[in-house]
Design a binder for this molecule. Structure first.
Ligand SMILES: [Zn+2]
Length: 93
């Protein structure tokens, strides 16, 4: 698996001052992607997830139509930066 997540977070920490012209003289301590998850079926590797907001309607017990929202997380199978598959091909997938 590639090291894009850690590498890019490190690059952002190092280059933050160039990206943020109004920040002045600051020291960057942390930079983390927020949409990551641990893949428990692949040795707890850290991978990207893509949140998608779904709006749906359902009928209540009294028969009224109710609109609801839910956010689902889609798990990425490929790195969005380098395009390499997160899980090595084993011929079964
Ligand atoms: Zn990558």
């Amino acid at each position: 698996m590639c090291d894009c997540i850690k590498r890019i977070e490190k690059e952002i920490r190092e280059k933050f001052h160039e990206l943020c012209h109004e920040c002045g003289d600051v020291k960057t301590i942390e930079a983390h992607f927020e949409n990551l998850y641990f893949d428990t079926e692949d040795n707890w590797k850290t991978k990207f997830s893509l949140p998608i907001k779904v709006e749906y309607q359902r009928k209540t017990k009294k028969g009224a139509i109710q609109t609801r929202h839910k956010t689902l997380d889609m798990q990425a199978k490929y790195c969005p930066f380098c395009g390499k598959p997160y899980k090595e091909e084993n011929g079964n997938e």
